[in-house]
Write a protein that binds this ligand. Structure first.
Ligand code: ADP
Length: 296
């Protein structure tokens, strides 16, 4: 599977330009789409799942044009939208059975087997008789991903899947997606949470104000921030000045005061050592200092 996005623009009726000349090439595996709120991620996701038309530009899936082959491409798609709601009157298994029907699995026996397998895979088999709207927040999200994955889609799009989840559920969710991404399918994960873009994302894009400002493997983004992340040994008195001068990533109390991690082009006037960036450091560095630069 291969998705090619070329010169994609979206201008809403009120004049908001949500996407500006977006170009991306997405192959099998997990693809991370990262960006702050309002960057245009949901707009891009909605175009990809054919719920919205772009103002200009094109998307092709393998060699099919998305606009001209909507019906065909829809059959290949699984989608977990940001705002995902259940019908109130269905049990967990019934909801998934209904989704399986929508995904085109007509044979009742086959459907029932696939529903059970999927419930097991997402860890909901035990609660299959519970009403779907009575599940916990984390369970609802897992049921959401189950309905996106049922029927063996070739492209799965998940929009901000971990919003509102506690850390344990978030890790569970991430592992589930990463297991699925081994199956020769495309999983596109859109998020504003850097930690969601785990090492399993082979490739990622950073979207800001509708533009792709970075596109490539996560390690390349980290590479851009190399030499720009510092650990400062700060006294109590220094802390306010540091906060004013640099974006602070974390602060840990130390014997003398604080150990403060910051991103900066250079540090003077403080006792500081360079440290190797994490993806989160790299993201903050890029957003603070590299806005005018596009890295492909
Ligand atoms: P994200 O998913 O990254 O938070 P969105 O795609 O939701 O970003 O939004 C991108 C931009 O488009 C924002 O400025 C948002 O206000 C605007 N926008 C989103 N939906 C609409 C709409 N239906 N009409 C007008 N503007 C919109």
């Amino acid at each position: 599977m291969r998705i090619r996005i070329q010169n994609l623009n979206k201008i809403y009726k009120n004049g908001n330009q949500a996407l500006k000349d977006v170009n991306l090439d997405i192959g099998n595996g997990m693809f991370g789409l990262l960006g702050p709120n309002g960057a245009g991620k949901s707009t891009l996701m909605r175009i990809l799942v054919t719920l919205m038309k772009p103002s200009s530009g094109s998307v092709t899936v393998n060699d099919w044009d998305l606009q001209k082959n909507r019906r065909h491409i829809r059959k290949l798609l699984g989608y977990l939208p940001q705002e995902f709601r259940f019908f109130s009157k269905l049990k967990t298994w019934e909801f998934l059975d209904y989704s399986a029907g929508l995904a085109g699995i007509r044979n009742r026996k086959v459907r029932s087997r696939q529903v059970d397998e999927m419930l097991d895979q997402v860890g909901l088999f035990e609660v299959r008789e519970r009403m779907a709207n009575k599940l916990s927040g984390g369970m609802k999200r897992r049921l959401g991903i189950a309905q996106a994955l049922i029927g063996e889609p070739k492209i799965v799009v998940v929009d901000e899947p971990t919003t509102g989840l506690d850390p344990e559920e978030r890790i569970k969710f991430r592992n589930l997606l990463s297991d699925m991404s081994q199956k020769n399918i495309i999983i596109i994960l859109s998020t504003h949470i850097v930690a969601d873009i785990s090492s399993t994302c082979k490739s990622m894009a950073l979207l800001n104000e509708g533009e792709v400002v970075f596109y490539g493997p996560p390690e390349r983004l980290i590479d851009v921030a190399k030499d720009h992340v510092f650990l400062i040994q700060a006294t109590m008195g220094d802390f306010e000045t540091i906060k004013e001068r640099f974006p602070v990533i974390s602060t840990i109390p130390s014997e003398e005061g604080w150990e403060v991690q910051v991103v900066a082009d250079k540090i003077d006037g403080f006792r500081a050592e360079r440290i190797y960036p994490s993806l989160e450091h790299a993201y903050v560095y890029f957003m603070e200092y590299q806005q005018d630069r596009v890295v492909y």
